[in-house]
Write a protein that binds this ligand. Structure first.
Ligand SMILES: Cc1cc2nc3c(=O)[nH]c(=O)nc-3n(C[C@H](O)[C@H](O)[C@H](O)COP(=O)(O)OP(=O)(O)OC[C@H]3O[C@@H](n4cnc5c(N)ncnc54)[C@H](O)[C@@H]3O)c2cc1C
Length: 322
């Protein structure tokens, strides 16, 4: 039985692992986080929860559609029918109608479903990937060794994948060329409804790119919990700032745009170092001879669906190689 290591338990790594297990492979997934999900995740603070990373996902690929049907029937995913707008200056237009899906009761539910009974080593940050005559060996940052594996899939944001690809310089160079932008996420609970008459807004100007009322998504607690995403330029400018100051800045910017805000019951900022992939997408990178490759949203356009498709594609390549 082929033994495969997957580094990264975001949607790309999880769906690759699931596909390989279904094909009979022996798979071990490694993730530096305490729970699977990656940027498809949920932040919990007492009774409050926030989708602070991915907000929703769309499905166009025919390989993902049957999975989506299963997730919906299992009630881990549902359609979000919120009132979405596109803001630019003083104008607000209704956003392009499309089917937008979310995890229920929170975004991380989908990762929970994909994780199922997979073997996942949590809180394990892989710091080295090397090949010897037994196969692939992994090392974590605390000196733990894992292996040998026949194949390795690196399913993490491109800049974090680069140091793990030193055995395959051609792939490493392709991954090095991928740019990923940071994003500050602001999470707020207001004592009363704030002066924003939408459930989600794509923002075309100013420091924000996105504002959403979490409670408008299916299955969420009925509180005025909101998530705000800053653009990469604003994020870089405030990156090393104190996070309490950053939430204050968020509120100042919101007040300038929408008018006075009610008191907050909760406020917090989260830094996503490698939030969104931009530029050209290299596609799934796989060295069939050595049995190592790299996938993730950045391979195929930088969204949840791209991550899922990339995971399926690399698993198919491994299965095809016998
Ligand atoms: C603020 C924000 C908003 C977004 N909005 C949307 C949206 O609305 N719609 C949409 O479709 N997408 C959105 N995205 C993008 C979406 O979250 C990603 O496309 C998707 O999560 C990528 O999945 P992935 O598996 O490629 O990587 P990730 O989700 O990043 O998963 C990678 C995993 O690898 C782990 N890891 C990293 N390095 C190591 C290491 N050395 N060792 C072990 N584990 C490691 C991480 O802990 C993580 O769990 C958003 C992302 C952010 C941050």
């Amino acid at each position: 039985m082929t033994r495969v290591a997957i580094i990264g338990a975001g949607p790309a790594g999880l769906v690759a692992a699931r596909t390989l297990v279904d094909a009979g492979a022996d798979v071990c997934v490694f993730d530096k986080g305490r729970r699977p999900g990656g940027r498809l995740n949920t932040r919990e603070h007492g009774a409050y929860q926030f989708d602070h990373g991915a907000q929703f996902f769309t499905v166009r690929d025919e390989r993902i559609s049957p999975m989506l049907e299963d997730w919906v029937s299992l009630k881990v995913v549902a359609l979000w029918e919120g009132r979405l707008v596109r803001l630019m200056g003083d104008t607000a237009e209704v956003a392009r109608p499309t089917k937008r899906y979310v995890g229920t009761p929170s975004m991380v539910s989908l990762a929970g479903e994909l994780s199922g009974d997979l073997e996942i080593r949590r809180s394990t940050r892989i710091a080295g990937v090397e090949r010897n005559k037994k196969g692939w060996q992994l090392h974590d940052e605390r000196g733990g060794d894992y292996g040998a594996f026949d194949q390795v899939v690196i399913a993490i944001p491109a800049p974090q994948a680069v140091p793990l690809l030193s055995e395959v310089p051609l792939i490493q160079r392709a991954v090095e060329a991928v740019d990923m932008a940071p994003c500050f996420a602001g999470m707020f609970v207001f004592a009363e409804p704030p002066p924003m008459d939408f459930d989600g807004a794509f923002v075309g100007d100013g420091p924000f790119t996105w504002i959403a009322r979490d409670a408008s998504k299916p299955g969420r607690p009925d509180v005025e919990a909101w998530v705000v995403h800053a653009n990469s330029e604003w994020t870089r400018r405030h990156w090393s700032g104190d996070r309490t100051d950053v939430t204050k800045r968020f509120l100042e910017e919101l007040t300038m745009r929408f008018g006075p805000f009610p008191n907050t019951l909760f406020e917090r900022a989260h830094r996503w170092g490698y939030a969104l992939a931009g530029g050209s997408a290299p596609g799934v990178l796989w060295d069939a001879k050595l049995g190592i490759g790299a996938v993730g949203d950045w391979c195929l356009g930088g969204r949840v669906e791209g991550a899922l498709v990339s995971g399926i594609q690399i698993a198919d390549k491994i299965v095809a190689s016998g």
